[in-house]
Design a binder for this molecule. Sequence first.
Ligand code: SF4
Length: 331
Amino acid sequence: MPDVLDHARRQVLEHGTGLGRADVLAVLELPDQRLPEALQLAHEVRMRWCGPEVEVEGIVSVKTGGCPEDCHFCSQSGLFTSPVRSVWLDIPSLVEAARQTAATGASEFCIVAAVRGPDERLMSQLRDGVRAIRDEVEINIAASLGMLTRQQVDELVAMGVHRYNHNLETARSFFPRVVTTHTWQERWDTLRMVRDSGMEVCCGGILGLGESLAQRAEFAAELAALGPHEVPLNFLNPRPGTPLAGRPLVEARDALRAIAAFRLALPRTILRYAGGREITLGDLGTRDGLLGGVNAVIVGNYLTTLGRPAAADLALLDELKMPVKALSATL
Ligand code: SF4
C-alpha cells in the first residue's frame, strides 16, 4: 500500500480532493515521529487551497444553560448539575458584544443559544438583535440555535443571517452513546435544510468523547459529505457535573494528528479551533495548529469557559504573518 502522506500529497495538495475515511484513519494512526510531516503537509494544503488569511470570529450567548437536551459533554444541559446559570442577554448588551468583536478585526459574530431549537420568543429576540446589530455594526452575523424547522430556516435567511452553526458533534455510530434526547439524523436534517437555503454551514464537533480513532475518521468523512463552509473542532474540556466529567483530555499529539487529518479530509474548509484548545494544547499548541492546517480562531471568551485574550491570538497571527481575513472579502 502506498504511504498515506505520499498519497495525500498527490490527491489533496495537488488536486484539492480530500482524503476518504480509510486514509484519514491511516493519518490518525501515524506514529509520533511522522507527526511533524503530517502537520507540515496539512499546512501546505491549507495555504494552497485556502490561502494565508485567518478568519477571526467572536461568539456571544443570548441564552446560557438550562438546555433540555442531554449532550453528555455539555455543561449547558439543564439535566446535569454543572454550575452554569441560565441567563438571557438583552439587545443593548448584544450590540455591545458585536461592537467589541468587530473592534478586534473579526469578520463573524455568532449569536448562540443553548436550546433544542428556537421557540417564538427566541426567534423574535433574534429578529430584534440582528436588526440592531446590522444598523450599528459592520460584521457578518451567524447564529447557533439548535435544530430548526424549514420555516425557521427561511426566517433566518430573511433576517440576513449569513452563517448557521449546528454541530454534528461526533460520528453517527457514536452519537447515541453521548446524546439520548435527539438523534444524529435530526441534526443532519437541519444541516441539509440550512445548506440548501444558501446560508453558509458551520458544522463540527468535539473530539475526546470516548470515540475510537475509526469513529474520528468516520466523523471526518461525514463532515466531508456535508461539505460545510466551516468546521469548528473542539477537544473535550471535561466539565464538572456532566457525565463525561471524568474523561481524560485528548493527548496533545493526538489532537494535532486529528487537526492534520481533518485538514487533509477537508482541504478547502475553514477549520477552526474552538473550545478546549487551551487546556488540550496550551499556548504552544495554538501555534502548532495554525501551522498544521487551522485557519480560523475564536477571540475572547467561549460560551462557558474563559478563552485566551484576543490580543494574544492577534499577536500570534501577526508573528506568523497570517493576515486576518477582512470583512469585505466575506460579504
Ligand atoms: S450541546 Fe447544545 S443541545 Fe446539547 S445540551 Fe448543550 S446546548 Fe443543549
